[in-house]
Design a protein around this ligand. Sequence first.
Ligand code: ATP
Ligand code: MG
Length: 561
Amino acid sequence: MSTEHSAPVVSNFIRSTIDADLASGKHASIVTRFPPEPNGYLHVGHAKSICLNFGLAEDYAGKCHLRMDDTNPEKESDEYVQAIKEGVEWLGFKWDGHVRFASDYFDALYDYALELIASGKAFVDDLSAEEMRAYRGSLTEPGRESPYRTRSVEENLDLFTRMKAGEFADGSKTLRLKIDMSSGNVNLRDPVIYRIRRAHHHRTGDKWCIYPMYDYTHCISDALEGITHSLCTLEFEDHRPLYDWVLDNISIACHPRQYEFSRLELMYALTSKRKLNQLVVDGVVSGWDDPRMPTIAGMRRRGMSPEGIRLFAQRIGVSRSENVVDMSILEGAVRDTLEGESPRVMAVVNPLKVTLTNFDAALAGSRSAPFHPKHPELGERDVPLSREIWIERDDFAAVPPPKWQRLIEGGEVRLRYSYVVKCDEVVTDASGEITELRCSIDYDTLGKNPEGRKVKGVIHWVSAEHALEAEVRWYDRLFTEARPDAVRGEDGEYVDFRHFLSENSLKTITAYVEPAVKDAAPETRYHFERVGYFVTDRIDHVAGGKPVFNRTVGLKDTWAK
Ligand code: ATP
Ligand code: MG
C-alpha cells in the first residue's frame, strides 16, 4: 500500500492487549485469522475485519490465516470460496500459507467429540428441535435437562459412532455438551455440537452425514492453527464462555483468546450476506458484483480503490461501541486516494451544442494539457478543439441565479485549457428548449486574461468532432433509507428492506468524452473534471461499441462555480 494514503495508526484495545502479551512474553509473535463462511460474497463489514486481522499481522510481523468456516454445506459453494480469496487479495493482503478450511478439521473435531463423550461431557440426545426449544428455558427461566442426558458413556459412544455411520435419519439425534441447563448464559445450556444432515459438502462430498456446529468448530479450529488472538464481532461475546469451555475440556494445549469488536454498519447499505443474497436472487441488482452492492466485488467494480477501502477501515477504527458509519466516510476515503492518482479528462454528461462561429482551424487546433495539475508524471494528452463543441447544459443559464459565473447570453466564460468565448446567440426550438449556443472565440485569451475585463468562470467541454460517445452508468445509493433493515412499521415489526429500494440507483446515459480515453483497458480510473470519479467497467468495458464508465463517487468540490 502506498504510504501516501495511510492515516497514522490509531491504537485500540486490541493493539493494547497485543502489546501487553508481547511485552509479558505470553506470545513471541501473533497469529490472527479471518474466518468467513463461504455462503456469499464478502461485504464492507468483512473488509473492516480483513483490514483488522491482516493489518495487525502486518504491523506486528505476525501471521494471518484465511480460513473458510464451512460447516453448513447447503449454503456454501466453491464460487464463494473463490470470490472470498479474490476479495482479500484485491484488498492487498496475503494470507499465511495455504487457504484453510474448517472442513480440514472434520476428523480432528470428531475425535475431540469422542473424547468429550468418553469423559462424560457430551451425550447423544433424541429430543426433536421443537422439544429442545421447549426444554431450553428462556432468559428469565432456567432450562430443563434432557431425559437422555444420563445415557452411559458406552451408549453415547455407540450412538455417536452410528450417527456418523449414517444409521439415523436427519435431525433425529444430536450430540450435546453437558454443561449447565440452569446457566444464565443460554449458550451454556447443553449446546448442540453435532447434527445429522445428509448434505453434499463442497469439499468433503458425501463423506460425512454429521456436521459440527459453529461454536464447537470455531474454537478448536483456532486452537489447531495456533491462533493467538481470535477477533470477532460483539454478538459472539456471549459465546466466549462456550469457546473457553470447549478448549478447557479437551486435550489441546493451545488456548487462543477471543476478543470482540463492534460490527460495521454502513448507512444506505446492508451488511448481511443473507440480505444481499436476497437482492441478487430477486434480480434487483445484476449480481453480487453489481456496482451498487456494498460487497468487495461491487465496490471494486464501482471503481473504489483497495487503498481507499483500507484508509476507510483505518478512519473508522476498532472499538466496542456502536459503529454505524455514514456512506460519506467511505466515499471520502476513496476520493482521497483517487485524487492524486486518477488522470483528469473532460467529459460532458448532459450535452448542449455550442457552435464557435469564428472558429479557424489554422488558429485554434489541438492543445496539449497535463492529465493532472500536480502530477506531471501522469503525462499529457492532446485536447482538440473544433467548430462544434459540447458543454454541460447546466453551465448555461437563461436566467442566472445570483453570483453565477458560468455562461449567460451575452456573457463570457473560459473553456478549460482553451480560449474565453462569448455567447452571442441562444437558439431554441419551437417548444422554447435551448438547442444550441452560438459563441465567438476571443483569440487573445490563450493562457492569459482578456484585456480590460475579468472572466471568472471556467467550464469543461469536448470537441464534437473528436469526442467519443460513452455509456455512463450513473450509480447512486441503492436505498432511500439510511438504515433500510432497521425501520419498524406501525405493528412494531421490521419493514422489508426491499420496500426502500431507490428508483434512481442506476441511470444509464450517453456522455461525450475526450478522445484521450479511447481504448482504455477495463478498470481504468479517470477523474472527469467537475463531474466525478469514473472507472471503465471491469466486466463489459465496451458495450455497443462505446466505452462503459461507472460512476464511482462525485467530487466534493468543483473547481469552478
Ligand atoms: P453475515 O451476517 O453478513 O453473513 P457473518 O458475521 O455471518 O456476516 P462471516 O462470514 O461469519 O459472516 O464473517 C467472517 C468474519 O467477518 C467474522 O469474524 C465476522 O465477525 C466478521 N464480520 C462480519 N460482518 C462484519 C461487520 N459488519 N463488521 C465487522 N466485521 C464483520
Ligand atoms: Mg455467519
